[in-house]
Design a protein around this ligand. Structure first.
Ligand code: DX5
Ligand code: ZN
Length: 220
């Protein structure tokens, strides 16, 4: 695969035309589709659940990068696997038994990721790093699309990049929240392998596919 990968989030898409939007992002060169699952408990907002994941699964062959912003995510891993997820990312803040949760994701045959809120220190994931395929660095407090990236988190990303490279871990580093054309390069130079973009694709009068192509040009 090429790096950095672009993983568009459909959170702010027009759900009346979901399948068409997903096909458009696929044709425009998306490397994965990011799906934001919110339960109104871990985060203050409710987004969507299994039926939408299934609908996206039916619309594309791209990997589905499922971001679980839910309490007790271990209760739903199998359901999201059956709905078509390729990778499941859980929040370290929701998982007191993280090795068990990551192992359960691997046993389902999926890639396993761990996400950190902006205020959660890297120390919280140090012990799990050798076992995960993906680390999702949140650059906003999760819950809503369209928030501004917290610049200080890029320092945390840089330190994680260094830690992963020095110790030779093979996990990919993903960045999620507030990424726009204007800060894309700083996110990549801080060490992102995967960049998630949400509202930037769906606010302008331009087609999401066109904006994704522009991000792609800027990213490589
Ligand atoms: C935030 C979600 C993000 C979000 C990205 O809670 O995890 O994936 O949808 O959207 P933007 O790019 O608008 O911050
Ligand atoms: Zn997300």
């Amino acid at each position: 695969y090429r790096l950095p990968m672009l993983s568009p989030s459909i959170l702010n898409a027009d759900f009346g035309h979901l399948a068409a939007v997903v096909r458009e992002l696929d044709e425009a060169g998306a490397d994965a589709i990011h799906l934001d699952i919110m339960d109104g408990r871990f985060v203050p907002n409710i987004s969507f659940g299994l039926p939408i994941v299934r609908a996206v699964r039916d619309a594309t062959t791209l990997p589905l990068d499922v971001h679980l912003m839910i309490v007790e995510p271990e209760r739903y891993l199998e359901a999201f696997a059956q709905a078509g997820a390729s990778a499941l990312t859980v929040h370290v803040e929701t998982c007191p038994h993280l090795h068990r949760t990551i192992q359960a994701i691997h046993e389902l045959g999926l890639l396993a990721g761990v996400a950190l809120n902006p205020a959660t220190p890297l120390a919280a994931i140090e012990e799990i790093l050798p076992f995960v395929d993906l680390v999702l660095i949140m650059t906003v407090d999760p819950g809503f699309g369209g928030q501004g990236l917290i610049p200080a988190v890029l320092g945390k990303l840089r330190r994680l990049r260094q830690m992963v490279d020095e110790r030779g871990f093979r996990c990919l580093l993903s960045v999620d929240g507030g990424v726009k054309l204007s800060n894309l390069e700083s996110v990549i130079s801080a060490g992102a392998d995967i960049v998630v973009t949400g509202s930037v694709l769906f606010t302008a009068e331009e087609r999401p596919g066109e904006i994704l192509r522009r991000l792609r040009e800027r990213a490589t």
